[in-house]
Ligand binder design. Structure first.
Ligand code: XBP
Ligand code: MG
Length: 237
């Protein structure tokens, strides 16, 4: 029996990356007097590493080796990322980051039938709070019983840690749950934790990734007047 849905945030609950996280990173760079700019194409490559602080480090290691690093690079990245997170929260509150189609409907339907809801994401907890506040108001925090986010685990997706953390707090075995994901990294994390996974491909950055192992792949969650298209799987449902 399906007991709980575990939601990824970035790309799954909302269209956060290109006009949200990417814009916030670039503004933080400019605020810090850096001449770095992550265009849409470069950001696609950087998305192979999850987590904002980890992504900045990956950018320096791979795409900007000439930049003169400060002695305490960890502290520098942490403060840059703090500024980025503040900007992201502002963008969310301005309504610049839209939810994916069908998300509200599925969340409400699940809650109405007693299916428990959780979040499992690599993003910063404050970003999740801002999203819940923006789209669900004061009820957002109650809607999701467990919010697993950011640095609560040492290893981010594609490691299974964040899903294992969420399962422990829900007190459920993996096969009583379904994870909802939009990326190969996210799918890998959920499957490594043993959770059957539905992938929603409505993300230009991840649509061409390998989703083998997913229970079901659909283009979007859909609405009654605009149903989803099944891309892969579904036989087991
Ligand atoms: C999403 C991410 C996140 C955000 C940045 O991956 O990689 O790291 O891009 O968030 P997923 P922070 O959807 O698989 O969870 O800057 O807050 O770390
Ligand atoms: Mg995602």
């Amino acid at each position: 029996k399906l007991e709980a849905l575990l939601w990824d945030v970035d790309g799954t609950l909302a269209d956060t990356e290109r006009d949200g996280h990417r814009v916030a990173f670039n503004r933080a760079f400019s605020d810090a007097g850096l001449d770095w700019h992550w265009d849409v194409a470069l950001y696609g490559k950087l998305l192979s590493v999850t987590g904002g602080k980890e992504r900045i480090r990956y950018y320096l290691d791979t795409f900007n080796q000439v930049w003169q690093r400060p002695v305490d690079l960890d502290a520098f990245i942490a403060s840059l990322h703090k500024q980025k997170s503040q900007i992201y929260v502002e963008l969310m509150a301005q309504g610049d980051i839209p939810l994916r189609p069908g998300v509200i409907r599925l969340i409400n339907e699940a809650a109405a039938t007693g299916i428990r809801l959780a979040i499992a994401t690599t993003t910063t907890p404050a970003n999740v709070d801002a999203l819940l506040e923006q789209y669900f108001g004061s009820e957002g925090q109650q809607l999701f019983e467990v919010i697993a986010a950011g640095d609560v685990v040492a290893n981010k997706k594609p490691a299974p840690d964040i899903y294992q953390w969420a399962l422990e707090r829900l007190g459920l075995p993996a096969d009583d749950c379904v994870a909802l994901e939009d990326s190969h990294n996210g799918l890998h994390a959920a499957l490594s934790a043993g959770i059957p996974t539905v992938v929603i491909t409505l993300n230009d950055y991840t649509v061409h990734e390998d989703f083998s192992g997913a229970t079901l792949v659909v283009d979007q969650l859909g609405e009654p007047d605009a149903p989803c298209q099944v891309i892969q799987g579904g036989e087991k449902l």
